[in-house]
Every structure is written in structure tokens, then in C-alpha cells.
Write a protein that binds this ligand. Structure first.
Ligand SMILES: [Zn+2]
Ligand SMILES: [Zn+2]
Length: 253
């Protein structure tokens, strides 16, 4: 299988050196992955070392090692992201929304506001920004599609209604959505996106990929086998990785 969302630099608490790259690739090999995609947060740009990743990858002929980026999407910063993407020929680019209206909503300190605010309202705003990300033309992938649920606060409105426009934009742009297993380790304790969304994504013919969102080497590939099983159950025939911004398809057999 594949894991197209790992953070070599963690939360900028680790260097992009040979030893650390090896630790990620060794774990991917140990778990039998066919493809791994590095996608560090764009704000650690100056700490990244893509040539070294390419060099170390030569020692792993059975593992496709891809280089991507997890870009922080803010609607007024499309030019900034575009500029970064011109600096390197990435294999894939994840567009992620972790904040909107100056609210970084996924930090532990943000939790009380999730309980105080009107969930329908902030879910609505979140998916509006995700829709803009999908329409921006900058990304191959939208990260953790329903991240806004991370503290377990649910909207009253139907999630399919709230996510409708974002799903339409993702489908129209041919973007890929990940089953991101990291949600299980957040208060919500489930993968992103939730099962009903996964079924709707499949129904619309949108392609899936997998991501552990590992911020350290020992959780590379975590729960990806279980995520594969969910997709098999609902009849998804294949998932995709990326090379040079093009989809690489893997059957789910
Ligand atoms: Zn993220
Ligand atoms: Zn991430």
C-alpha cells in the first residue's frame, strides 16, 4: 500500500538528514508499502532538503519515494503557494485548511471555542474555504477533508449538505481525497473523512489516496491496512499515488 502524507521534519523538531530520511523509509519498507510521499508543512520550507531525499531513496529500489508539500491554504495567499510550487518539481501537493478567519482551529487551545461556537456556522465556513482550495488549481490532493470535526463537535445540519460544494469542486478539478488515519488519535477518534463522506466520495467517482500524517518515523503507514479494508468494503477498486503531479494507480485487491 501507500502512505502519501508523512512529515520528515515533524513539527520542525527534526532535521532532514540522512539518518532521519532512512528511519522513514525503513519503516515504510518494514510495513510493506509500495509508495511513500513526504509532505512537510510549507512553513518549514527553509529546512527542507529534497536532493538528499532523492539521493537516499536510491538505496530503496522497491519503494517509490515521492516528494510533495502540505500547503497551508488561505484564500488571500494563493500567490505565495504558487511561488513555492515553482521552486521544485513536486510529485504531489496537498492543500490543507487548518485555519480560517484568523482562527487556527486545530490546536489544542482552540478546543473550548469549538464547544462555544455554533457548529453549523463554523463547519459551513470551513467547507467554504476548502471549496476555494479545491478550485485554486494549486493542488493534487485535499488534506484531511473533514478536519474541522477533530474535537468531536458535530453539526446539526447533514454533513453531506455542508460538504456538498466542496465535494463538487473536488470532483470537477479531478482532485484526490485522502483517508487520513491520524484522526483516530485526536479527540474525535475516527479517520478523516467520516464513513458517510467516504461513501459519497466513492459514489461521485473521486479518487482516494492514503495518509498517516506521521510526524515521526515509527507511525509511518499506521492504520493504512484498515483504511484499505474500509475502501474494499464499499467497493472502491483502486487508490492513487503520484509521480510528477500525475496519478499512479494501485488496485485494492
Ligand atoms: Zn494537516
Ligand atoms: Zn500533515
Amino acid at each position: 500500500m501507500l502512505d502519501m502524507h508523512v512529515h520528515l521534519l515533524g513539527h520542525n523538531d527534526r532535521e532532514a538528514n540522512r539518518e532521519n530520511i532512512r528511519a522513514f523509509l525503513d519503516e515504510a519498507s518494514r510495513r510493506g508499502l509500495k509508495e511513500i510521499g513526504f509532505a512537510d508543512h510549507d512553513y518549514y520550507w527553509d529546512q527542507m532538503n529534497f536532493p538528499l531525499i532523492r539521493e537516499v531513496a536510491k538505496d530503496y529500489p522497491n519503494l517509490a519515494v515521492r516528494i510533495g508539500l502540505e500547503a497551508e491554504y488561505r484564500p488571500h495567499e494563493e500567490g505565495r503557494i504558487k511561488h513555492l510550487l515553482e521552486q521544485f518539481s513536486f510529485d504531489f501537493v496537498i492543500g490543507s485548511v487548518h485555519e480560517f478567519d484568523d482562527w487556527i482551529f486545530d490546536m489544542p487551545e482552540a478546543e473550548p471555542l469549538h464547544h462555544e461556537k455554533e457548529a453549523d456556522e463554523f463547519y459551513g465556513r470551513y467547507f467554504e474555504v476548502v471549496t476555494l482550495a479545491a478550485k485554486s488549481g494549486l493542488f493534487t490532493t485535499i488534506g484531511h477533508f473533514d478536519l474541522i470535526k477533530l474535537f468531536g463537535v458535530r453539526p446539526k445540519k447533514d454533513i453531506l449538505t455542508l460538504a456538498e460544494k466542496a465535494l463538487t469542486a473536488v470532483a470537477e478539478q479531478g482532485l484526490v481525497l485522502e483517508i487520513n488515519t491520524n484522526g483516530r488519535y485526536k479527540p474525535v477518534q475516527e479517520f478523516y473523512p467520516e464513513r458517510r463522506l467516504v461513501e459519497e466520495i466513492s459514489r461521485r467517482g473521486i479518487d482516494f489516496t492514503f495518509g498517516s500524517d506521521a510526524h515521526c518515523a515509527n507511525v509511518v503507514g499506521r492504520d493504512i491496512e484498515e483504511a484499505s479494508q474500509i475502501l474494499r468494503e464499499i467497493g472502491v477498486p483502486s487508490v492513487v499515488g503520484f509521480e510528477s503531479m500525475k496519478k499512479v494507480r494501485y488496485p485494492l485487491d
